[in-house]
Design a protein around this ligand. Structure first.
Ligand code: HEC
Length: 118
């Protein structure tokens, strides 16, 4: 009986856990970015607070490469996804030295996390 109650409890908790888990999992993926990106200020890379929906190359006070400054993109989900999968391909000549995220689930979770950085 106790097991059954536990099982029901887990099923009921699932939908909530699923949406929260994405951003939570994405926060772990973001560890790959932390060497260069600090939330709330510019570091080696620009401040990523509010990056989803922002125009590329516009974090205040950050000195971008010419390639990024002139890339004229809007970081919506589709665009940032392409960039993070292969930064050099999406914005040739940009100075972010990052091989890219190869796992699409990791990438989706990461974007979910970036969305929380408002
Ligand atoms: C080795 C350092 C480094 C790592 C690791 C890194 N970045 Fe960057 N990132 C940069 C630099 C430098 C730039 C600026 C590029 C330019 O000006 O050409 C940048 C730019 C960006 C931009 C464009 C921002 C804007 O304001 O237009 C996004 C988005 C971004 N990084 C996301 C990420 C994410 C997410 C990760 C982790 C998966 C990551 N970066 C990992 C250094 C890094």
């Amino acid at each position: 009986m106790r097991k059954l109650i536990l099982a029901i409890g887990m099923i009921m908790a699932m939908p909530v856990a699923a949406s929260a888990a994405d951003a939570e999992a994405g926060k772990l993926v973001f560890n790959k970015c932390k060497a260069c990106h600090v939330i709330g200020k510019n570091a080696v890379g620009p401040n990523l607070q509010g990056v989803i929906g922002r125009k590329s190359g516009t974090a205040e006070g950050y000195k971008y490469s010419e390639a990024m400054a002139n890339s004229n993109l809007t970081w919506d989900e589709a665009t940032i996804k392409e960039y993070l999968a292969d930064p050099k391909k999406k914005v040739p000549g940009n100075k972010m030295v990052f091989a890219g995220i190869k796992d699409p689930v990791d990438e989706d979770n990461l974007i979910e996390y970036l969305k929380t950085l408002k």
